[in-house]
Design a protein around this ligand. Structure first.
Ligand code: NAP
Ligand code: F7E
Length: 321
């Protein structure tokens, strides 16, 4: 009988952590989820699977906790999804962002190197690393020009991942994922904010939606598709870096148009531009070329932009909070 595979997921309580844990459970894995201690638990996204995942306490800020967890779980696969992931917060709290998002990955990779070097490691890298894009669409060879402390931190973590692969032979992959969304997206991110507002305004529970830059363009996909790409990377024969994206780009304005149309409203009657949501620096345009993931991993997205917006608005209509 073959041994049951074990996976450690950091960032279990986040959007991607919850989808990935569900995906791995379906594949028959024993799942360990790294959770940091907080005064009130943040386990709502993983509530339905809590009886099937092993919660292990630790923090990317604490090296010894990572070594302890790795030594106890001895996972075959490690998915490092934990991060300070909200770009505006990274401008306000750049040092914390670097500690968690940049050095946190380094701590975990060093723990892998010293405690369990045979494990396969996935790093949650980001299209934010492309920043002021030098070519369009962006692929694995596109130069990185980050435009936020978050992007800079992710870039540090990306190169640390590559370094651990090349210097120490660790099976470490960096997934350069473009924006991916779902009904479980944090409420401050623009897609969830718009979907929620469209639903609430249509139900008479909100009157306006205040947004920043409507012209920014993003390559938005569905989180459920993107966690499959993470897993595929760790099943490959060789560790490598992969762009994961839909190949389509849409503006925040277009997202508003579709979301409000879904509930029979004209977005222009409800959206107010508010300068307080503008960033010190903006990433104007992102669109990815996922050819390598398609050709080498057999990955492709299953949810269109329109399908994603509709899914998110419909989910908001279903929850009357
Ligand atoms: P998310 O919802 O913000 O989740 C982040 C997770 O990290 C949460 O579980 C959070 O725990 C945890 N965390 C934060 N600080 C920590 C610390 N010091 N120690 C341990 N855990 C900590 O993010 P997501 O959207 O699921 O994204 C997953 C990963 O992919 C992140 O690294 C993100 O930067 C990256 N990424 C996301 C996208 C995207 O479009 N979603 C695109 C590219 C890359 P709490 O619940 O306790 O806060
Ligand atoms: O902003 C504009 C904003 O915060 C998208 C993270 O998951 O994806 C995410 O980062 C765009 C930006 O995501 C508002 O200026 C306008 O141009 O939803 P967002 P993000 O910054 O692209 C990357 C790939 C990650 O890795 C990150 O972890 O929307 N925008 N008005 C607004 N954005 C927000 N949040 N709120 C507004 O009111």
């Amino acid at each position: 009988m073959t041994e049951q595979k074990r996976a450690l997921v950091t960032g279990l309580t986040g959007q991607d952590g919850s989808y990935l844990a569900e995906f791995l459970l379906k594949k028959g894995y024993e799942v360990f989820g790294l959770v940091r201690r907080t005064s009130s638990p943040r386990l709502d996204r993983v509530e339905p699977i809590l009886d099937r995942v092993n919660i292990v306490y630790g923090d990317l800020l604490d090296q010894s906790s990572l070594q302890r967890v790795l030594g106890n779980c001895m996972p075959h696969e490690i998915y490092n999804l934990a991060a300070q992931s909200f770009v505006p917060t990274s401008f306000a709290e750049p040092v914390l962002t670097a500690e968690v998002t940049a050095l946190g990955a380094t701590r975990l990779l060093e723990a892998v190197r010293h405690v369990h070097p045979g494990a396969r490691y996935y790093q949650a890298s980001s299209s934010e690393m492309f920043g002021a894009v030098r070519e369009t669409p962006q692929n694995e060879m596109t130069p990185f020009v980050p435009r936020s402390p978050y992007g800079v931190s992710k870039l540090y973590a990306h190169w640390t991942t590559v370094h651990h692969r090349e210097a120490y032979g660790i099976f470490a992959c960096s997934g350069i994922l473009f924006n991916h969304e779902s009904p479980r997206r944090g409420e401050e991110f623009v897609t969830r904010k718009i979907a929620r507002a469209a639903a609430r305004i249509s139900q008479g529970r909100q009157t306006e939606l205040r947004l920043g830059n409507l012209e920014a363009r993003r390559d938005w996909g569905f989180a459920g598709d993107y966690v499959r790409a993470m897993w595929l990377m760790l099943q490959a024969e060789q560790a490598d870096d992969f762009v994961v994206a839909t190949g389509e780009t849409h503006s925040v304005r277009e997202f508003c148009e579709r979301a409000f149309a879904r509930v029979g409203l004209d977005w222009e009657a409800h959206v107010v531009t508010d300068e307080s949501f503008l960033r010190p620096l903006e990433v104007d345009l992102l669109v990815g070329d996922a050819s390598r993931a398609r050709e080498q991993l057999g990955w492709s997205p299953t949810v269109s932009f329109e399908g994603l917006v509709d899914m998110m608005v419909d989910a908001e209509l279903g929850c009357a909070q």
